[in-house]
Write a protein that binds this ligand. Structure first.
Ligand SMILES: [Zn+2]
Ligand SMILES: [Zn+2]
Length: 234
């Protein structure tokens, strides 16, 4: 129903590209040219999607295997994807959010050929104080779009216990220490296969902590879907 209505609205009101503002000429928020310009041609770690010179496992995942099975990402965290992420996050630009969800969606289905799609999506929860300040949770916005497109329910069983004003400028070890035990997940995931949905994955410390909590809540397998991935900082 939601997909039908969305396609109908694109038919009645031809869409404009959220980046170049030209007509998209299709039921999408990005025109084909902008979408192709954002296409991901990067080799990545098979587990955490870190950019690598060749496909394989990155050093960090080999040293300390993450509690998630695989990470699907739409692109690197740089412009123009970065601009769209910031527009979604700080200006609540929902068309930018839809475009980012579509970008990620195009990477999900081909990557699950021969593998099972998750049966539930979990948006990385925000602390309530941040949701109050921002008015919404951008990860939830992305999860809602992907859930609708793929017919997978979004599970609302997690909350963020601690408010971290900003993790910027902290190294990976400090972030991991800070974020441990930050999530409270209701034990409702009896042997389920879930995917964590987030906008940007930086060091991976947030998804590591949430994936551990989801496993403790009974999840059998946890995947990660993030719109954009940064290179690892030192
Ligand atoms: Zn465009
Ligand atoms: Zn890795």
């Amino acid at each position: 129903m939601a997909i039908g209505l969305r396609n109908l609205s694109f038919l009645l009101l031809p869409g404009r590209c959220v980046l170049c503002e030209l007509p998209t000429l299709r039921s999408a928020d990005l025109c084909l040219t902008c979408e192709q310009a954002m296409a991901d041609r990067q080799s990545r770690c098979q587990c955490c999607a870190l950019p690598l010179p060749a496909p394989g496992w990155c050093g960090e995942c080999q040293r300390d295997t993450p509690p998630f099975t695989r990470t699907i990402t739409g692109c690197d965290y740089r412009d123009p994807a970065r601009t769209l992420v910031l527009r979604l996050k700080h200006q609540r630009d929902l068309a930018a959010g839809r475009a980012l969800a579509q970008l990620l969606y195009h990477h999900i289905t081909p990557n699950y050929v021969g593998d099972n799609l998750p049966d539930g999506l979990v948006a990385v929860p925000q602390h309530w104080r941040r949701t109050l300040a921002r008015g919404f949770n951008q990860a939830r916005e992305l999860a809602n779009h992907l859930g609708t497109e793929l017919g997978i329910p979004v599970i609302d069983n997690s909350r963020r216990l601690r408010h971290h004003p900003s993790q910027q400028g902290q190294n990976r070890q400090a972030r991991l220490r800070n974020i441990k035990g930050s999530f409270d997940v209701r034990k409702t995931l009896d042997r389920r296969h879930v995917a964590i949905v987030d906008d940007v994955m930086t060091t991976g410390s947030t998804v590591r902590a949430l994936a551990l909590s989801l496993q403790e809540a009974g999840a059998d397998r946890v995947d990660v879907w993030c719109v954009a991935r940064t290179a690892l900082e030192k």
